[in-house]
Write a protein that binds this ligand. Structure first.
Ligand SMILES: CC(C)[C@H](C(=O)O)[C@@H](O)C(=O)O
Ligand code: SF4
Length: 465
């Protein structure tokens, strides 16, 4: 019977199946960060258990990183304790850790792919919802909770509830200035923040095949914002080229065998998905959010919507509440919305290609008066590469702050935060109330829109400059 890619990867990892019970899956890669691991390690310690496969477990420091002074002492006590606890746990249990100051440190979802740890056909888990990022390689990658982190640490397996499959097919070609971020924001606006619930989404179609690995990661990263369990893209030459030569990539005959296997992972012709959504890439334009969830978005050309225009009463109420929090009036052209902060970074858009795209827009220009722009590389390797290409200079010459690697202003767990009432254009993935700091207001945008907005001071695309 024809199978989807997700079904194939799942089947290859079942180590125990019994009637009425969830399948027990083998886990190929377990990524760990400081926020969701302390109780898991503590559980092991109490039970006197070791980490079953330290060689398949990799930890990094990201959420609590002070990106302005990465080597300085962490002022916040909770942050400091989380980092210190991770260091203690990693050393006690023999887990590889990339601490602040290490060239391989960075956001967990940037570090895995960049080291070649993330590979097609793998099962990848992390105590972090944006683990869906790794699905860009054709891996089945799930975010898990802390008790599941403990289970994987102890056994390298996880009981998993069955999933449904959804195909999101994006045909056609993106217009210049339209990016992967615009695709995924449009998808979420279309299916809603709960539209993916229970599903593993496979993104496919010509527009997806044309995307670079970085761009594919942006799309898969935000699958969780549609409520999906995971997102996947079939591995192809783009995938293999990206992985080849990375520190953990297979080599020689092993490489050939791996590629042969990876090529067989794509969904079979005739595979049936439980749900299908089709989007036309040619019809997409730069997309921004106006509300307080990632589904409340609209093309930049549009105006702030009137809640009265929503037929569904719950959507209408949500829009009213969102506009009150965001301090926006219906009918205001989105292009006229002023921001005081621009954040370029996060596991959605903090990769080298994102920085290159934004730097092209910023080069030779200035960040507008009264606007603060933070540029935060997703990893120290990304920073190193960006500096080698002169991008760091482009950002600082324009008046932006060029930081060290971490989650930064994606969420308020470190010093990079909005103040109450401040408004940002942010390349991250969540615009929830207070996400970037208490009382802060967030507009989710692509790196191109972020850069143009920094220059003009109102939500803008490069075409407006
Ligand atoms: C802190 C962590 C558990 C959380 C997540 O799971 O996604 C964070 O990374 C986020 O983006 O909100
Ligand atoms: S960058 Fe943001 S979304 Fe990604 S792991 Fe960090 S906090 Fe979560």
């Amino acid at each position: 019977m024809a199978r989807t890619m997700a079904e194939k990867v799942w089947e290859e990892h079942v180590v125990r199946r019994a009637d009425g019970e969830p399948d027990l899956l083998y886990i190929d890669l377990h990524l760990v960060h400081e926020v969701t691991s302390p109780q898991a390690f503590e559980g092991l310690r109490l039970a006197g258990r070791p980490v079953r496969r330290p060689d398949l477990t990799v930890a990094t420091e990201d959420h609590n990183v002070p990106t302005e002074n990465i080597l300085g002492p962490i002022a916040d006590q909770v942050s400091r304790t989380q980092i210190e606890t991770l260091r203690k746990n990693a050393s006690e249990f023999g887990v590889r850790l990339f601490p602040m100051g290490d060239i391989d440190q960075g956001i967990v979802h940037v570090v895995g792919p960049q080291l070649g740890l993330t590979q097609p056909g793998m099962t990848v888990v992390c105590g972090d919802s944006h683990t869906s990022t790794h699905g860009a390689f054709g891996a089945l990658a799930f975010g898990i909770g802390t008790s599941q982190v403990e289970h994987v640490l102890a056994t390298q397996t996880l009981p998993m509830a069955p999933f449904k499959t959804m195909a999101v097919t994006v045909e056609g070609e993106l217009k210049p200035g339209v990016t992967a971020k615009d695709i995924i924001l449009a998808v979420i606006a279309e299916i809603g923040t709960g539209g993916g619930q229970g599903y593993v989404i496979e993104y496919r179609g010509e527009a997806i095949r044309r995307l670079s690995m970085e761009a594919r990661m942006t799309v898969c990263n935000m699958s969780i914002e549609a409520g999906a369990r995971a997102g996947m893209i079939a591995p192809d030459e783009t995938t293999f080229d990206y992985i080849k030569g990375r520190p953990h990539a297979p080599e020689g005959v092993e490489w050939d065998a791996a590629v042969a296997h990876w090529q067989g992972l794509r969904s079979d012709d005739g595979a049936v998905f439980d749900k299908e959504v089709v989007l036309d890439a040619d019809a997409l334009s730069p997309f921004v959010t106006w509300g307080t969830n990632p589904g409340q978005g609209a093309p930049l050309d549009a105006s702030v919507p009137d809640p009265a225009g929503f037929d569904d009463p719950s959507q209408r109420a949500a829009a009213e509440k969102a506009l009150a929090y965001m301090d926006l009036r219906p009918g205001t052209p989105l292009r006229e919305v002023p921001v005081d902060t621009v954040f370029l970074g996060s596991c959605t858009n903090g990769r080298i290609e994102d920085l290159r795209a934004a730097a092209e827009v910023i080069r030779g220009r200035r960040v507008a008066d009264g606007v603060r722009m933070l540029v935060v590389p997703g990893s120290m390797r990304v920073k190193e590469q960006a500096n080698a290409e002169g991008l760091g200079e482009v950002f600082t010459a324009a008046g932006a702050e060029w930081r060290e690697a971490g989650c930064s202003m994606c969420l308020g767990m470190n010093p990079d935060q909005l103040k109450p009432g401040q408004r940002s254009a942010s390349t991250s993935n969540r615009n929830f109330e207070g996400r970037q700091g208490k009382g802060g207001r967030t507009h989710l945008v692509s790196p191109l829109v972020a850069a143009a907005t920094a220059v003009r001071g109102t939500l803008s695309s490069p075409a407006d400059l």
